[in-house]
Ligand binder design. Structure first.
Ligand code: FAD
Ligand code: NAI
Length: 463
């Protein structure tokens, strides 16, 4: 007889492993299938964690070379030991993935090592052994979208995984795609000494984010030395022994030109992983974009089969996947698990950071919602001045009639942490006035949030 569980989860990324832990906390017997040699999925192995390790290291280097002089700190002979930087990154990853293994053991989650395939509702095959479960959860995540004419060889032409593993700083790095990955990894290699050109198909970078923030972001990155080729597409890339020749064309048609690079990073988005899972034979429906279609409770069209994380609709973010994992476990336990999709922060971990939550101005305009804007620049924040980090601003969008906060966008130092206050406010249905009346410590960056909230009614005090 096959070994039986209450829940079998396929994929141990942030969605799958959190679902497993929460289900175990709620008293279910849980197995999690993972084909990778370590737990933690894309995020811990080749995504969020290694990229943030390199962003931190490269920022430390960049600050030492460029910023400390201004503070009266003279450091001479600074150089990069890339092998050590990469080794440190591997140590950070290792500690995190082992942490998940420890949590599995602590919560008695069984790790089924291998590739999972659904045979039918209630039945999963892992490497020729069949297991049964009341509930099956698909948490297989996502992978890089390939670009036609640009074959990734992980040597001269890399995707994000290759882009995290470089053993030398490239002379000229061409990044295809001005989104999260392109700008984060572009920043890493720029800070370490590469010339970086970002080729973006649209007429702006970070297209999902507030346009004003996007514009300022591009200006700040350009000031740091990044070059942008907007409204441009790459139609081919030919690697040779010395580098890569790219063919570029205007996005809307026109004369082609060539661009020479030492290395090319393809970062034009990610797509759900659904192949080899047996979904077709079981009859699980996909949506038009190839994602597993679910209802509001993460149920697919096949009873007993659920899906969460990057493989379903919504932003491809680790915290979204984690919250869905926890919510689904609660639903399976008969509780009321829920994710508020209107309040999911997105953060680009560059310097300065860019953070966004809720509605953008463009979305509000499109939906005909009357809103008021409160904006406050970091140039007027005492702490930012003391830090020497005055690029950017906080922007709060509030409903014109009710003053309820509808969205918030921050570009500036520690924006990813600052946005959490506005996430909390939005979860509690706060108005801009509510945030403005909260006592914020002085001198702190968070005062810029208070001032932006005051600015919604035109009464910021320090500008
Ligand atoms: P994944 O993390 O992709 O995990 C899915 C797992 O399922 C994988 O380990 C895979 O091996 C396994 N799997 C797939 N099929 C099978 C099968 N048939 N059998 C067994 N196992 C299988 N998000 C953020 O929020 N913040 C960030 O800073 C951030 N940085 C990123 C940086 C990079 C370079 C990349 C690429 C992504 C980043 N992301 C970030 C996105 C984040 O990694 C994903 O949103 C998140 O990992 C999705 O979690 P998931 O559990 O849905 O899937
Ligand atoms: P992305 O969707 O963020 O950006 C892709 C960019 O490529 C877009 O600006 C798009 O217009 C552009 N593009 C698409 N096709 C193109 C083409 N043919 N030529 C030129 N440009 C083209 O995708 P990215 O950067 O690959 O990241 C994937 C996802 O991973 C992100 O959307 C995000 O969900 C997640 N991620 C999150 C991070 C974070 O939270 N800090 C960091 C890294 C990734």
């Amino acid at each position: 007889m096959s070994q039986s569980f209450d829940v079998i989860i396929i994929g141990a990324g942030p969605g799958g492993y959190v679902c497993a832990l929460r289900a175990a906390q709620l008293g279910m017997s849980v197995a999690c299938v993972e084909s990778r040699a370590t737990l933690g999925g894309t995020c811990l192995n080749v995504g969020c964690i290694p990229s943030k390790a390199l962003l931190q290291s490269s920022e430390n280097y960049s600050a030492t070379v460029h910023a400390w002089k201004d503070h009266g700190i003279i450091v001479e002979g600074v150089r990069v030991d890339l092998a050590r930087m990469q080794a440190r990154k591997a140590e950070v990853v290792s500690a995190n993935v082992k942490g998940v293994e420890f949590l599995f053991a602590k919560n008695k989650v069984t790790w089924l090592k291998g590739t999972g395939r659904i045979l039918a509702a209630g039945r999963v095959d892992v490497g020729g052994t069949e297991y049964s479960a009341k509930h099956i959860v698909i948490a297989t995540g996502s992978e890089s979208v390939p670009l036609s004419g640009v074959a990734v060889d992980q040597a001269r032409i890399v995707d994000s995984t290759g882009g995290l593993e470089l053993s030398a700083v490239p002379g000229h790095l061409v990044v295809i795609g001005g989104g999260y990955i392109g700008l984060e990894l572009g920043s890493v290699w720029k800070r370490l000494g590469a010339k970086v050109t970002v080729v973006e198909f649209l007429d702006r970078i970070v297209p999902g984010m507030d346009a004003e923030v996007g514009k300022t972001f591009q200006r700040v990155l350009a000031k740091q030395g990044m070059t942008f080729r907007l409204s441009t597409k790459v139609t081919s890339a030919r690697a040779d022994a010395e580098g890569v020749t790219l063919t570029l064309e205007p996005a809307k048609g026109g004369a082609a030109e060539t661009l020479r690079a030492d290395l090319v990073l393809v970062a034009i988005g990610r797509r759900p992983v659904t192949t080899g899972l047996g979904l077709e034979s079981v009859g699980v429906t996909l949506d038009q974009r190839g994602r597993v279609a679910t209802d509001a409770h993460y149920a697919t069209n096949v009873p007993g089969i659920y899906a969460i994380g990057d493989v379903i609709a919504g932003p491809m973010l680790a915290h979204k996947a984690q919250d869905e994992g926890a919510a689904l476990a609660e639903i399976l336990a008969g509780q009321a698990g829920h994710v508020n999709y209107g309040v999911i922060p997105g953060v680009v971990y560059t310097w300065p950071e860019v953070a966004s939550i809720g509605e953008t101005e463009e979305a509000l305009k499109e939906r005909g919602i009357a809103y008021a804007v409160g904006k406050f620049p970091f140039t007027a924040n005492g702490r930012a001045r003391a830090m020497g980090a005055t690029d950017g601003f906080v922007k709060i969008l509030a409903d014109k009639a009710t003053d309820r906060i509808l969205g918030a966008h921050i570009i500036g130092p520690d924006a990813g942490t600052l946005i959490a206050e506005l996430a909390t406010a939005m979860e509690f249905g706060a108005s801009a006035e509510d945030v403005a009346r909260i006592c914020h410590a002085h001198p702190s960056l968070s005062e810029a949030v208070k001032e932006a909230a005051l600015a919604v009614e035109g009464r910021a005090l320090h500008i």
